[in-house]
Design a protein around this ligand. Structure first.
Ligand code: TNX
Length: 513
């Protein structure tokens, strides 16, 4: 009898203390369970003596809802920057003994350690008035330095509170780059002081209603959001899409249009007018002042769709003759080179979509977003030319595609869609091993285009839980992936979404549409 009791106890303990039970997403590279536990009293929070990282610990306290300013009993965390951890963003977290410690070689790693602690706390067992943190040592490092998410706010505008909530979830999943698609044909969403009509006129309308009242971010909004993101270890890359997808801007300033009539049908900026370059130079200066993280995305996608109008544009015709261009793509690339040069003269790095791989931009300080999964040769070309590359192919990384075959709203291409497991297994499920190993692939990114997304509810439904899968794909080695284990952890995270009032898709109970 006694013997069975002990076996039962052992089984119970091992299930409580088993690393497999940790509800961490993304899952850490290495976890060692110590068998101990660390009790935290209800209402207590965390503190650190390290002044440099008080902000991170305060963030943790806010997230767990601890009144950290007044908490009587607080759990100490020692935080140290120690050289020698191999990758940027790597950290070591220990919860063994009485004091929690986080070590890293950089502040990104410290933040990542704090986030792991936050997730441990969220999923910790409660015993009476105590939260029981498992005693463990985690050594962890990201697979990719760039773990991104892109939101299109031109097609539909969601506003500050939604963006902040997204930044919170990104931080929770250690996603560290927010690509913000702020301008497009359906609306210009960023106030520029020198050209106020960009926002007040260019901001009118959206994909569903071209007359909707102007919606845009003021410069104060932007500063607030940039600060909010920084506190969460998230860099923001603003996108000013050009020379295509320009109608939001040319709606406000028709003289910039590459077409002959001023409004919607004209898709590009005029590449043949010096005024366009002056205008963009001034816009980019303000963009740089607002976004301190050192990168601007200049678009460069789908210009071919708008080039037709150049045939009847006398300025463009003159440019073609003067420069001896024989096809319009040369004019497009001429435009992109001048803009890239302007950004680089501002000491900022350039990002652009993969159509620009052929444009002859300098390879240093230019990052390419590879999105056309039906053009693997473009990815190979970008790799061979030596560009740094972010992988964001439509399949499986576009989140405007539905998650399930039964879903009605969202995109499906001849029945194709993107499940959370398609994302989880990226890139090995999509690209040859030899490509996956290329070191100039610096990251992956999930993109949400919003032509089909006009409400917060729909936004949530497309994002969750695929954001979690994207985070794990960006962080974990392919050898560490396991569907069953991921599903187990994900189930716990669905409860977090529920608690937060998120309208998520439940892949384990897929009855909603
Ligand atoms: C192509 S992806 C675009 C976007 C659209 C998206 C989905 C990319 C760089 N350009 O403008 O929103 O397809 O329709």
């Amino acid at each position: 009898m006694k013997k069975y009791f002990f076996i039962l106890l052992l089984l119970l303990c091992s299930s409580v203390l088993n690393a497999q039970n940790l509800k961490l997403i993304p899952y850490p590279s290495n976890v060692k369970m110590a068998g101990s536990r660390l009790a935290m009293a209800r209402g207590s929070g965390f503190y650190t003596d390290n002044p440099r990282f008080k902000y991170a610990v305060n963030y943790l306290n806010e997230e767990i809802g601890s009144p950290h300013k007044t908490a009587a009993r607080k759990q100490k965390i020692t935080i140290a920057i120690t050289p020698g951890l191999s990758k940027p963003g790597a950290y070591r977290l220990s919860t063994v003994g009485k004091v929690i410690s986080i070590k890293s070689s950089d502040s990104a790693g410290v933040f990542n350690g704090v986030i792991t602690l936050l997730q441990l706390y969220q999923s910790a067992k409660k015993e009476g008035a105590n939260t029981m943190l498992p005693g463990l040592i985690i050594n962890d490092e990201p697979r990719y330095q760039w773990r991104g998410f892109m939101l299109d706010e031109s097609r539909h505008f969601f506003g500050k509170e939604v963006v902040k909530q997204l930044l919170n979830w990104m931080a929770f999943y250690k996603l560290n780059r927010f690509h913000w698609h702020l301008t497009d044909a359906q609306g210009w969403r960023l106030a520029i002081e020198k050209y106020p009509l960009l926002a007040t006129v260019g901001g009118i309308g959206n994909f569903t209603d071209s007359t909707a009242q102007a919606r845009y971010y003021t410069q104060n909004d932007i500063r607030e959001i940039v600060k909010y993101a920084k506190r969460r270890n998230i860099e923001i890359v603003p996108e000013i899409d050009m020379p295509g997808h320009a109608t939001g801007a040319t709606h406000a300033y028709p003289e910039l249009s590459g077409g002959t009539t001023p409004r919607y049908e004209n898709f590009t900026f005029n590449p043949a007018k010096e005024g366009t370059y002056q205008f963009m130079g001034n816009v980019l200066k303000e963009v740089k002042a607002l976004f301190p993280d050192g990168r601007i995305h200049i678009g460069g996608d789908e210009v071919a769709l708008g080039i037709k109008a150049w045939e009847s544009n006398p300025d463009v015709q003159k440019l073609m003759t003067d420069k001896g261009f024989t096809d319009y793509q040369q004019a497009e690339f001429y435009f992109l080179k001048r803009i890239a040069d302007t950004v680089q003269k501002l000491n900022y790095k350039v990002m652009c979509w993969d159509e620009t791989v052929a444009a002859g931009l300098p390879t240093s300080n230019v990052i390419i977003d590879w999105w056309r999964q039906n053009k693997p040769e473009v990815l190979t070309e970008a790799i061979n030319k030596g560009y740094n590359i972010i992988l964001c192919p439509r399949l499986p990384l576009y989140l405007d595609f539905v998650q399930d075959s039964t879903h009605r709203s969202g995109r499906k291409w001849g029945g194709l869609f993107n499940t959370y497991l398609d994302i989880y297994h990226f890139p090995e499920n999509s690209l040859a091993d030899s490509i996956c190993k290329k070191t100039n692939i610096i990251g992956i990114q999930a993109n949400l285009w919003t032509e089909t997304v006009s409400s917060k509810k729909r936004l949530d439904y497309l994002l969750f839980p695929r954001l979690a899968a994207a985070a794990e794909a960006g962080w974990c080695a392919s050898s560490a992936k396991n569907d069953d284990m991921f599903n187990q952890r994900l189930k716990a995270h669905l409860l977090y979404y529920k608690k937060a009032g998120i309208y998520y898709y439940d892949p384990f109970n897929p009855k909603e549409h």
